[in-house]
Design a protein around this ligand. Structure first.
Ligand code: DGY
Length: 399
């Protein structure tokens, strides 16, 4: 298993936050000590104020990946933006596998700080919805839900960058974001750098502020998990605080992200004050956090199992097949992702759809048997796409 993770090194030679959380959970099934070390390595990138970056850089790989630490200039060996906050969930999973109280006590203070950082810096209106300020923070980088914000940004005069695309050294351009996406990604990084990584100011000035369905679902569930861990360790006040945050987020997702017209959850564009009505797999993630009522869940499942929308030969497409932006081979614009299957299976079990959850498990296994542990898969052929030997796709083995 460890070897598999190392092999992903060509395309992604550093440590990514939510990837690593999946890796820790998977590793816990094979070697719980490696899983704990994965968590410790993630926490070694934490800033003093509690923030955890989306990439912790390996200095030996500086020239192999762009933007690198000399582009970000955060004052840390890390990026300055974050990613879906799956960490407390990963720690709870590893704790359940190890029963190691000393490990729990070792990491809990950092987790408390991390969650308080998100609450304070990203829940702008104290209404439970956490915002992201960069498409990379969503984990679904070039999802079409971000196209209109990208286009809005590119329509202004903005500093043009000579972008160096190390990602194209290993993966075909047709499967990766386009140069104009990268202008947007780098432009935002450059703006944040000018703001000296002052996160309070960044959230005020970023042209991209989105309350994302996947991010908030993971946030709600992680608060619940952190509350359980706090309880286990005897921190009663923290246990009730994080339980309160979880309930607040769930209620806000139901209230602001649900579309009763389309029976779907959409991310919310905070600057333009509107939902982004494009159906993507992130719209099912509230099932994972136990957000929808049973009735809402039933309606969502109709979209999920519709062969004209998400239910392809090889699993759940990242974008509904009836969306104009659907593209079966480009990164987060259509291909199937095994980590999404994993989160969805949990959500389906929450609502009693065990059979559908089970079939996502067998489809995931079929994908890796056919095409190996790839970053993502073509929904019509099951062919592997993107990076090879991709860590989180080993999730198929334990589904
Ligand atoms: C990448 O390198 O494509 C990542 O998703 C950005 O963090």
């Amino acid at each position: 298993m460890v070897l598999l993770f190392l092999l992903t090194y060509d395309q992604y030679p550093h440590q990514w936050l939510w990837d690593s959380c999946f890796h820790a959970m998977i590793l816990a099934n094979y070697s719980v000590n490696h899983a704990k070390d994965e968590i410790r390595a993630l926490l070694s990138s934490q800033w003093n104020d509690g923030f955890i970056p989306h990439i912790g850089f390996d200095p030996a790989q500086e020239t192999n990946y762009k933007p690198n630490s000399s582009d970000w200039v955060t004052g840390h060996l890390s990026s300055g933006i974050t990613q879906p906050p799956l960490l407390a969930t990963a720690v709870r999973y590893v704790y359940q596998k190890s029963n190691d109280k000393a490990f729990l006590l070792e990491v809990l203070p950092s987790l408390f700080k991390y969650h308080l950082w998100i609450k304070e810096n990203r829940d702008l209106n104290d209404d439970g919805l956490a915002v992201i300020v960069h498409p990379w923070e969503s984990g679904m980088d070039n999802s079409p839900i971000f196209d209109s914000l990208r286009n809005e940004y590119l329509s202004y005069s903005y500093p043009k960058f000579k972008i160096i695309r190390t990602d194209l050294n290993h993966v075909n351009q047709t499967q990766r974001p386009k140069d104009n996406d990268y202008q947007f990604y780098w432009g935002l990084v450059n703006l944040f750098k000018k703001l000296n990584w002052d996160h309070k100011q960044i959230v005020q000035e970023s042209p991209f502020v989105v309350a994302d369905t996947l991010f908030n679902s993971i946030w709600a569930k992680a608060n619940e998990d952190l509350s359980c861990l706090a309880n286990e360790a005897g921190f009663k006040n923290e246990a009730s605080l994080f339980q309160r945050l979880a309930s607040q987020t769930k209620e806000a997702v139901r209230k602001t992200l649900w579309s009763p017209d389309d029976n779907f959850f959409y991310s919310y564009d905070v600057k333009n004050k509107k939902q982004i009505p494009i159906k993507i797999s992130g719209g099912f993630m509230p099932l994972y956090a136990g957000v929808p009522s049973q009735e809402m869940a039933e309606k969502l499942i109709e979209h999920l199992t519709n062969k004209k929308e998400f239910w392809s030969n090889y699993g759940i497409t990242s974008v509904s097949m009836d969306e104009a932006s659907f593209n079966p081979e480009c990164y987060w614009r259509g291909p199937v992702w095994i980590n999404i299957h994993g989160l969805l299976a949990i959500g389906l079990n929450n609502y009693g759809y065990d059979d559908i959850a089970k079939s996502l498990g067998s489809i995931s296994k079929k994908l890796v048997q056919k095409s190996g542990y790839r970053e993502n898969y073509h929904p019509f052929t099951g062919d592997g796409l993107g990076a090879k030997n991709f860590g989180w796709s080993t999730l198929a083995d334990i589904m």
